[in-house]
Design a protein around this ligand. Sequence first.
Ligand code: NOJ
Length: 669
Amino acid sequence: MKLIKLLFLMVCTILLSACGQTYENVQTIESPDGKLKLMFSLKDGNPEYSIQKNGKQVLLPSKMGFIFEGNDSLFLKLKIININKNSKNETWKQVWGEEVEVRNNYNELKVGLKEKEGKLRKLNIIFRVFNDGVGFRYEIPSQKKLQKINIQDELTEFVLAKNDSAWAIPAYKGVYYEELWTKKAVNDLDTVTTPITIETKDRKYILLHEAGLIDYAKMNLYPITGTTTLKTDLTPWSDGMKVYSKSPMVTPWRTIVLADDLNQLVNSRLMLNLNEPSKIKDTSWIKPIKYVGIWWGMHMDKYTWAQGPKHGATTENVKKYIDFASENDIQGVLVEGWNYGWDGDWVENGDKFSFTKTYPDFDIEKISTYAKNKNIKLIGHHETGGATINYERQLDSAFAFYQKHGVNLVKTGYVNPLLDKKERHSSQYGVRHYQKVIETAAKYGIMVDVHEPIMPTGLQRTYPNLMTHEGVRGQEYDAWSSDGGNPPEHTCIIPFTRGLAGPMDFTPGTFNFSNTSHPGTRVQTTIAKQLALYIVIYSPLQMASDLPENYIGNPAFEFIKLVPVNWAKTIILDGEIGDYVVTARKDKYSNSWFVGAITDEKSRNLTIKFNFLDVGKKYELKIYKDAQDSDWKTNPTAYVIEKLQVDSNSELELFLAKGGGAALFLQEL
Ligand code: NOJ
């Protein structure tokens, strides 16, 4: 008997080593705290994943994979050929951000797959499971049978356990992500761009987005009719192909943040953790600042970008802005319309832009010396009209020109529905271009603020000179939008939707609410809400966007002067997406805290608890708040400034008017 057993065991061992190792078709991995569980499986040779949180299914089995050019459904008949598990628990420091220290703690599962028949091609899928969500990406290793990789479709799905509501904007109906965010049941969504923020019935949040979008197409999602399945739709090239690549290659990370409340949602650093560490070694020149600019005047038709009697970027005018900035603790002055290319239809003729030839009434030598002497940073501008070929041709000389004149921060712009009249901004074509600009700017020691961008995906970790993006319906819409401007609820939505993709150059700061150039359109807030936006909307570059003359003599301007742009810590104290938000942030360089509270079109009373303050310490609280009769429509400029003493046990009753808000400054005594 014993001999038979022994012989059986020997045969098995020989067979196993001849066939190579075999794996179960189901693999699981948990988050470090054990609350999230990711399951990977092969169903009839097709890869799928699902996610559980606290034992409850959040994502049901969701498909993965690709279809390559020529309807080549690769990876239909796969087997697992190896499994690697790994873990990381580290803390890294942000150059700038909403908090300084970021914990990067995950368990990783890398599944090696190979086709069972045909070309025997290989694919790896890497999952990282954090306490606050999951990221995964595809990796196609270098292999003879798969060199050229033209992706016709990415099959990644997110099959939601329930048909909850999602905040989203359409992917293709608007331009530059400058849409109003709306909430709809998942299965009623259009094709939407990410991020999308899903609110469950029990007020938990699921954020779907991506991280590290490099040399690939932007991910959009659409619901498969009659289901809760969101399927990937990559922004195509004009010829319909989604991605042109070759092996070896990796895709961006697909990210799923699972948050129990708004504070967890805003404080998730999963997207940043999935990006590579900084490639810029010396980051000492990268600094968040506040700025004013020759800008709102153009949007309000006071000035023009083009030459003529109302030309804004004149030497004399820029000097006035520099004086104003230096007298008011504002560190930068943005100048638009200084270079040739604006005369005529610049959107149509973007290829006429020169990035080195100045208009005759703009003396860059004089201006840069003047700015330097006053310790003010000039912020350059590269509007391209979407003509990236023209821009790329001049890219090095354009940044070298600014570098020579001491300009180390540039705002870029791509106003045109298509790049080079052909390709979408969020296509692989666009992604490649924006990447080239960030890298070239870094080479010249220049920070960038991208308008009409691709949706940010956390690349600022790798390139900390990528400061902020527009990609949002900013305050400029309140100057000229034919629908009257941004409704009061807009800013109560974007911190929990677009803002989760990265900093927003929203450009708050309006103090004058009369709009004579575009009657019927206006900023739909009170002054106190404008102040609160500097805290509620995160950006390492914040503009005081109104004309200097509207600030002079107004005591509320004191708040804009003192509010920081770089933070040690962020807490969402209270809020409801679309209704109201209360955000507290601690200054990176002092013990001071700032709180911003904003509401939608409804007035409301809130209680703020100061239990985030250091226990046992006293703070002076300065409040800039709506007056009892403030109202965004009828009385936007009324506000009250109050001083109190508080500690960590204090509570404050706060009234927010319709479209109103409050800005609080807490200084340790
Ligand atoms: C649109 C940008 O968002 C705005 O800030 C800029 O002034 C104009 N384009 C001109 O470049």
